[in-house]
Write a protein that binds this ligand. Structure first.
Ligand SMILES: [Zn+2]
Length: 114
């Protein structure tokens, strides 16, 4: 774990906080689904980071579900499409796409109000 990962997770927590307080009545009972990308962090690591980043925020205590995301690619042959795949072939133009760096990033997949 490094500082960048914590910063990214804090940004995710802030985004979820805004969603929850705007949409859900009691955010503490909500269910949040996250996706973790990159090498060097698994689901448990992401969950621990989330717990630390969410302390003292409206997100603290939500039910968290983490899954690992597929490898991400970006295609510069067509329109800079960013996509997940195992083979790295652009679904738009069929050209070989560029594998994105293996830095750890997080994504929000779903936020369920209680
Ligand atoms: Zn393409």
């Amino acid at each position: 774990m490094n500082g960048d990962e914590m910063e990214r997770m804090k940004a995710i927590v802030a985004q979820i906080s805004a969603e929850l307080t705007g949409r859900c009545g009691s955010p503490g009972a909500a269910e949040v689904h996250l996706v973790v990308y990159g090498v060097g962090m698994d689901e448990a690591g992401a969950a621990a980071l989330f717990a630390e980043a969410s302390q003292g925020t409206p997100v603290e205590g939500v039910r968290l579900v983490v899954r690992r995301g597929a490898q991400q690619y970006i295609c510069w042959s067509c329109c800079g499409l960013r996509f997940e795949a195992d083979d790295g072939v652009c679904p738009n133009c069929g050209e070989e796409a560029i594998r994105l760096p293996d830095t750890v990033t997080f994504g929000i997949r779903e936020i369920r109000c209680p």
